[in-house]
Write a protein that binds this ligand. Sequence first.
Ligand SMILES: [Zn+2]
Length: 241
Amino acid sequence: MPDDLLHRLRRFHDDAFPLYEQRFKELVDDGQHPTTLFIGCSDSRLVPYLLTGAGPGELFLVRNVAALVPPYDGSAGYHGTAAAIEFGVLALDVQRIIVCGHSHCGGIRALYGGVPEAAPNLAAWLELAAEARLPVAEPGPEVLRRTEQRAIVLQLERLMDYPMVRERVEAARLSLHGWHYVIEDGEVHVFDVQRGSFVPASRSEHSGTGPYRPAEPEAPIFNEIDGSYRRYTASCGPTSA
Ligand SMILES: [Zn+2]
């Protein structure tokens, strides 16, 4: 049986690597300085480099089922995503965190259909999105889309429980972005906190907001942001969406 993976590795080394060799050399000599932490679903159809046009050294990437953020609850276990958030913010000092879910997400669909008994870790993991579930037995496409989007906002809110994230967001040194990628349209819908909804990037004036507006070097620091954040949480909670 031909070893397709070996063929691909050789093709990368011979054909693709030379195109980026100088860039990789710089990234080794100078170290990596990515400005964006991208938390995305593991789904194979979500390709962060294609969406953002990013090259080597630009994205600090962490992916998991359904693009979920574990709670910052004082426990220090084998939380890979939490570790990546801590490293990205504290060591790399990223300026943006993107939480990117997508249409047709199997993880989100499993909130309604359950997961195999042999997957207790998956079942526990998906509890991180349980609050996004809507009270219907048979979710149609619209319910699933809304659930996917609600889950993204939940993760943005949970990010704000990380002290190093909250501190930097409040100091306008870090911005949060909620993205919902619609695979079949090739369009990212970005979360707009002012509208309390997701807006297609083609019609949006920004690349998405978290609970707070994006950091801008000359922007004054918000004082009332806690208020708007909490108002948003209330209006989009599980009982009102
Ligand atoms: Zn997914």
